[in-house]
Design a protein. Structure first.
Length: 635
């Protein structure tokens, strides 16, 4: 029989399993049982519409059989089974490419217990942490042939036809011999296994059966005298180890945070505890129970086509859909969890589910519940909320832009921006509550960092007036504010806007006079920079700064940067305006050069324009030329 080889990455990770240094080897049983439960789920789902299955919910079970003499541990299920092709696909490859990279990055880490298994969900392969050999015998539903997959580790695996009467899968693990590092014989002890099942798999919805040996008193003989002493014997009985009550069906008072966290990590393949969980039990016109989780970090594939949003949908404990996207809006697409309701028909097709009225009501209620819990978290535990914001804030911004602001009312109160006054992240509601009576706008300035935004010359005038300014440090932020339109009825305005603050009559007269006095200089600069700017003018927004760029029209400088980041050849650009401070020494030098040396004045104009680009975090048209111009002024 030909032995097939694992892929290179699989071999290296298999070696990691075989020579595992992790102390939590016991999780292998959780992984194997979870796989068995998933296989039963699939066949139970098929049984809803296929009478040929011939099984109902009470017929399904998972059987755990330790054999001390043969030194094997077998986990059997009567689920959907695997074909030969499915064995190749499911058991011939391990995890994803990211897991190898994770291993490389953490090889020298101080924490020897970094849980690569839990993080990347290698599942079945965790069996090699405790087993020298793993044999899988499986017969797929609808197939007449069973197949046996067998491997002793990195040297490869074999697949061959075999005999198996019933549909389902047997995973037979030949347990390693004891060593100084681990007492592997524990995994052949029924009571030890029973404790592991209760710890990790108590919530599994199907009975996990195991034969347990207990001491039992023998019947008292009829002729026993007064001095009779009870006699005991060992009796083996099949017992159901797990409670089988789904964790989401239990009352909140009976479910600890540790229980919910363990369930989350097992069910959804995360290696960290969730940031928070939300348990819902709704009664009334529409009855449902839900257990929802917000992860502590963004899933690695969240912004890829591989990620499928949605909650698991159950009807009276029977899985209807593994990922039901209609239960979550896009801005909460990172939420994981389960919804169980008797108000959705077991025979409802996936297409009909999209139009199911009950489902829409439940989805609407879930959205409100998640939002309310996040608002509460922001108020009660700001540090924890800011951790959440760091992980998922961008998803809210993308959702606003993708929906063209349609989700603004649901998202507005969840957004955070950096505040000039508080020197920390604040919500829009908090900003508005602090606004003085004389302020009717929400001010913002864009920069590539908080530090640089605070130094933007355009912001100086507003900050000097004592108004709070929001520092927008992400390219999408200005578009997000446009999509929001307002907050608490207050509109947003850039500090670079001419109408950010009212211009006094004296300021207006001074600017008009400067425009008149230096008309020729401004026209000269305009002509020199005609390929780059649409207008050159005396600024009414600059205080101590010499120069800045603003934009006229619907496209701002930040929007231009964003669109070009998304698509380099995007044709739309902002109408750039070069603003010069007539009171700055640089402007005086420019005017003097214009009168005496037009070539030098042109150099000054180009240098000022490039400096305005640097301040605005825009690319220089010709960095080498700018360097030459600056160096030429140092002669």
């Amino acid at each position: 029989m030909e032995k097939k080889q694992f892929k290179a990455e699989s071999q290296r990770l298999m070696d990691l399993m075989i020579n595992s240094i992790y102390t939590h080897k016991e999780i292998f049983l959780r992984e194997i049982i979870s796989n068995a439960s998933d296989a039963i789920d699939k066949l139970a789902y098929k049984a809803l519409t296929d009478e040929g299955v011939g099984l109902n919910r009470d017929d399904f079970k998972i059987v755990v059989t330790p054999d001390k003499d043969e030194r094997t541990l077998t986990v059997s299920d009567n689920g959907i089974g695997m074909t030969q092709e499915e064995m190749e696909n499911n058991l011939g490859t391990i995890a994803k490419s990211g897991s190898l990279q994770f291993k490389k990055e953490t090889e020298n880490a101080d924490d020897a217990e970094l849980d690569i298994i839990g993080q990347f969900g290698v599942g079945f392969y965790s069996a090699f942490m405790v087993a020298d050999k793993v044999t899988v015998i499986s017969k797929a539903y609808g197939s007449d042939t069973a197949y046996k997959w067998e491997s002793e580790g990195v040297d490869g695996y074999t697949i061959e036809p075999c005999e198996k009467e019933t549909v389902g899968t047997d995973i037979i693990m030949t347990i390693k011999e004891n060593s100084e590092e681990a007492e592997y014989s524990d995994y052949l002890r029924p009571y030890f296994l029973s404790d592991l099942i209760k710890k990790y798999s108590d919530y599994i919805r199907y009975p996990i059966r195991m034969e347990i040996e207990r001491s039992q008193q023998k019947p008292k003989p009829a002729d026993a005298g007064e001095d009779y002493k009870p006699e005991y014997e060992l009796v083996k009985e099949w017992e159901t180890i797990n409670s089988m009550v789904p964790i989401w069906q239990k009352p909140k008072s009976q479910v600890s945070e540790e229980d919910k966290n363990t369930f989350y990590k097992t069910k959804f393949g995360d290696w960290q505890d969730p940031l928070m969980s939300v348990q819902v039990a709704a009664e009334g016109n529409f009855e449902y129970k839900a257990l929802l989780y917000i992860p502590s970090q963004l899933p690695m594939n969240f912004y890829t086509t591989e990620f499928k949003k949605g909650l698991q949908l159950y009807s009276s404990g029977v899985m209807i859909m593994d990922r039901c996207p209609d239960l979550l809006p896009d801005y909460f697409g990172f939420v994981q969890g389960i919804v169980d309701t008797p108000d959705v028909s077991l025979n409802t097709s996936r297409e009909m589910l999209q139009h199911d009225r009950q489902l829409k009501v439940i989805a609407n209620n879930i959205e409100k519940k998640i939002r309310a819990e996040l608002v509460k978290l922001m108020k009660d535990d700001r540090e924890k909320y800011e951790k959440f914001w760091s992980a998922f804030g961008m998803n809210f911004k993308y959702a606003l832009m993708n929906s063209y602001g349609e989700a603004r009312d649901a998202i507005r109160d969840l957004l955070l921006f950096w505040s000039s006054k508080e020197n920390k992240l604040v919500s829009l509601k908090e900003y508005v509550e602090r606004m003085p009576a004389s302020q009717d706008k929400i001010y913002y300035v864009c920069g590539d960092s908080v530090e640089n935004a605070a130094k933007m010359p355009q912001a100086e005038r507003v900050l000097k007036a004592g108004f709070e300014v929001l520092y927008l440090t992400v390219a999408e932020d200005e578009i997000v504010l446009q999509m929001l339109e307002n907050a608490e009825g207050k509109s947003f305005v850039s500090v670079a806007s001419e109408d950010a603050l009212p211009v006094t009559d004296a300021e207006k007269a001074s600017a008009e006079q400067a425009e008149k006095d230096h008309k020729e200089v401004l026209e000269f600069v305009q002509e020199t920079l005609k390929e780059h700017v649409s207008k050159v003018r005396v600024s009414t927004i600059l205080q101590s700064g010499s120069v800045c760029l603003t934009a006229e029209g619907p496209i701002s400088l930040e929007m231009e940067k964003y669109f070009h980041k998304m698509r380099g050849d995007y044709p739309m650009k902002a109408d750039r305006v070069l603003e010069l401070n007539p009171n700055a020494s640089t402007f005086q030098a420019l005017c003097a050069a214009y009168d005496s040396d037009k070539e030098l004045a042109a150099t000054y104009a180009e240098v000022l324009y490039n400096q305005a680009l640097i301040i605005a975090d825009l690319p220089l048209p010709d960095p080498a030329r700018y360097t030459e111009l600056v160096c030429s002024l140092m002669k």
